[in-house]
Design a protein around this ligand. Structure first.
Ligand code: NDP
Length: 297
């Protein structure tokens, strides 16, 4: 079997168009754009690139982008004060504080300070609880995007065996909750799990989020399984020249594609969905605050 690619770029572009249409509708109803505030502390180059991309796509989708760039030595109290200000600002519908934060700032404290209804990353403990109890709320963007990709090729996931490799708060755990809510039988594996290959071979759905380049091999994949590769790893690429690098996922793509029915590429799979889901979450947050049922999801 040779897997078909799940094209995250195309699916994310379609979602962004949908958000843009609804954002225009929202503006016509409320007289102002939904607003997304992004806070960047310090000058981590990867975060700067990511934040620039978020700002560009926010504006392109017809949402208002509000940026706060703070120096690396910002005190925790000053960041918390900014979050409070954004919480109270009626023109701000979504707040995203870019992680990682400098060492003097406790990220958990900052996440907990964001109002749950403006928490477009879905990391606030209230939203974690809402996801776990199936009571709505804002869902973390990467797992949400991963689920959307999955459902483009398999709309009904009920009864399927799924394995999530990784148990982080931002990817693995919420991904497992989403799959459970879809009535999958879910295994969550991590660095202490025994015999990962055997666990994976049982699964109809494999979601890899370990941050280990090409760890999941082709012979871990059951014939016909669907593989969602969340991993983004930069590795040396001597074939392209000395000092060159390339991005690879957590799955050995060619090997796994020979066994799977569908697979996401890296880059161009889950990555583009993350920002598209952030925009959708911002619109959803704006709509929820005004009692308007957002049709994005
Ligand atoms: P974390 O480092 O927070 O978590 C990694 C998880 O993988 C942990 O639960 C860890 O287990 C587990 N793990 C690590 N090594 C192994 C191993 N050898 N065998 C089994 N499990 C292992 O990473 P994130 O969840 O933040 O990210 C995971 C990947 O997804 C990364 O490549 C990251 O770059 C990517 N990512 C991509 C995004 C996108 O937009 N596409 C967004 C966010 C992340 P334990 O808990 O036991 O330590």
């Amino acid at each position: 079997m040779t897997a078909q690619w799940i094209d995250g770029k195309v699916i994310a572009a379609t979602l962004r168009e949908k958000v843009a249409r609804q954002a225009a509708h929202y503006k016509s109803m409320h007289g102002q754009q939904a607003g997304l505030a992004v806070v960047l502390v310090g000058n981590d180059p990867a975060s700067q690139v990511y934040v620039r991309s978020k700002i560009k796509m926010t504006t392109e989708a017809g949402l208002r982008s509000i940026e706060h760039v703070l120096p690396a030595e910002t005190a925790e109290a000053d960041l918390l004060a900014l979050v409070e200000k954004l919480n109270a600002d009626p023109t701000v519908d979504g707040i995203l504080v870019q992680l990682p934060l400098p060492p003097q700032i406790n990220a958990d404290k900052v996440i907990a300070a964001i109002h749950p209804d403006k928490d477009v990353d879905g990391f606030h403990p209230v939203n974690v609880g809402r996801l776990a109890t199936g009571t709505g709320g804002l869902v973390p963007c990467t797992p949400l995007g991963s689920l959307m990709l999955l459902k483009t090729v398999q709309p009904d996931l009920s009864g399927l065996e799924a394995i999530v490799l990784g148990r982080s708060n931002i990817v693995g755990k919420p991904m497992a909750q989403l799959l459970l809510a879809e009535s999958c039988t879910v295994t969550v594996a991590h660095s202490r799990s025994r015999d990962l290959p055997a666990l994976c071979r049982r699964a109809d759905i494999v979601v890899a989020a370990v941050g280990r380049p090409e760890m999941v091999r082709g012979d871990w994949i059951k014939a016909g399984a669907i593989v969602i590769d969340v991993g983004i790893n930069r590795v040396p690429d001597p074939a392209s020249g000395e000092g060159k690098t390339k991005l690879v996922g957590d799955v050995a793509f060619a090997e796994a594609a020979a066994k799977a029915s569908f697979i996401t590429p890296v880059p161009g799979g889950v990555g583009p969905m993350t920002i598209a889901c952030l925009l959708a979450n911002c619109l959803k947050a704006a709509a929820m605050r005004r009692g308007w049922e957002s049709p994005v999801f």
